[in-house]
Design a protein around this ligand. Sequence first.
Ligand code: ATP
Ligand code: MG
Length: 219
Amino acid sequence: MGIFENKPPKAVSPKVLLGGTFDPVHRGHILAAHQLADRFGFASVGLLPCYQPVHGKEKHVSVSQRVDMLELAVANEPKLSVDTSEIIRKEPSYSVDTLRALRQKESPKTPIYFALGTDAFNHITTWKDWESILTLCNLIVMTRPGSALVWPDSLKKFHEEFNGSYRALGKIYEFTFDALSISSTQIRMQLKLKRPIDQLVPEPVADYICRNRLYVNTL
Ligand code: ATP
Ligand code: MG
């Protein structure tokens, strides 16, 4: 008998994604990703910048600048990484397409967790092919203390009927966390008004924004 034959089966490490525009990434995103990792015991969380937002948002800097800022923000964060799959695809970023591609790459046993804010969850039934999303991954809905989580009726019905009894997909977790009240919109506004942003974004990101004169003439 070879000495490796009694090795326990390799643990399947989950894939965890926190999507956004990250225009720019800020301390609120980083703290949220850490809380997600700590609360669920994830070894790593991938920040997933969209190539082109599909929910009516404008972008204010180039795609590569948004990615550069994310890379700087996670450089000293061992648990965080940047997932560039939507950037590489170069198409409008529909979550279902991203998750489908990830599911094809991963074993069916790999749990996939897709984290999203309450605001996004409340409108999820307007997303492209939303039912498929739950057949591909688990959702973690990140709620701020005091903000109510509203399950759209059609989602509730689909979730009950689908009843994903399998760890890899189909579950919806509600995760109440302490959010910093920071938004990218607020940062862009501060920059337009020539006010400091050092408290709002990680230091290397602030330097990058300043060096490249980003967000000075946009909102
Ligand atoms: P904008 O002001 O342009 O809407 P944003 O700050 O909300 O930007 P996004 O890129 O839209 O940033 O957010 C990506 C993800 O991070 C979303 O799921 C969003 O709910 C969440 N998020 C945004 N701000 C915070 C925060 N301060 N704390 C925790 N999560 C946040
Ligand atoms: Mg937002």
